[in-house]
Ligand binder design. Sequence first.
Ligand code: AMP
Ligand code: TRP
Length: 332
Amino acid sequence: MKRIFSGVQPTGDLHLGNYLGAIRNWVRLQDDYDCLFCVVDMHAITVWQDPAQLTASTREVAAAMLAAGVDPARHIIFNQSQVSGHAELAWILNCVARLGWLNRMTQFKEKAGKHRENASVGLYAYPNLMAADILLYKATHVPVGEDQKQHLELARDIAQKFNSDTGVDLFPIVEPLIFGTATRVMSLRDGTAKMSKSDPSGYSRINMTDSADDIAKKIRKAKTDPEPLPESPAGFEGRPEAANLMGIYAALSDTTIDDVCSRFGGGQFSAFKQDLSDLAVSVLDPIDTEMRRLLADTAYVDGVLRQGAERARALAAPVLREVQDTIGFLHP
Ligand code: AMP
Ligand code: TRP
């Protein structure tokens, strides 16, 4: 059986990178896999979260998954903290992963910055919890954006070490699914920096809930260069902003970068930006409308998460028991 697990943190507004790099791909994979899509609230608290905001963001991410087209009847949508097996398996995997492995994680280095001594232990152990998320369900495939590749390699190393330490072929070796033309959407203010929820500038990202006016304004103000648009991807050399905006266009219109270059190459940014913002609005606006409709009914969204968690617990229970037996834990 092919099973997918993926997650998004409820830590602020979802943006175009989350949509194109992750959520849209999930929607496209749901016919071929059994899927678990998780709002990873336990990962979120590795840095401080305002409690009321965390609750609101958890519902918002769930609503975004639903609005983008994930089917909660066929697949599981839930928030991580409702299934205690994540924390239980994470502890066991904390004892499998090596300090040296975690020390190499670039996301920790970026997030902890100069204040490493002051970062939470949870932020450091974050990738072990992520491995637990996936392995708790013996998921085989994990669709994510490019930035999560290193964490998935770590999950593979952890699974392999657990299997070889115990001599039991318990965990599958997970395959990352990183595909599409927008696996790494960059900031609108700087084509060399990832579009991210934590960028202090709101103009750096397009949020899934931005109004048509906001989207137009942000794209109009997006950084460019003085040259005409390149006629082929070879012309992206040294022009990260052109590469990013044309890549976004390709992803939103479901065409290739080559197509976008042949259509807009030689033209000016100003005309292209107008087309890009119309396109972005046409894709995001219906999702935003549906999200708002869903969020007006928190009882419905909470019900989806509760039922999802129940189904997730049923899938996790036998795996957790198998792990406990394998390492010699007595259990009920
Ligand atoms: P996060 O916002 O860190 O919870 O990420 C949720 C999902 O969105 C993960 O699969 C990320 O890899 C993906 N993602 C986040 N930012 C970007 C980006 N700028 N471009 C493409 N994918 C992204
Ligand atoms: N770390 C991922 C991110 O920030 C979110 C995540 C947590 C995840 N657990 C996961 C993604 C398991 C895939 C599988 O983007």
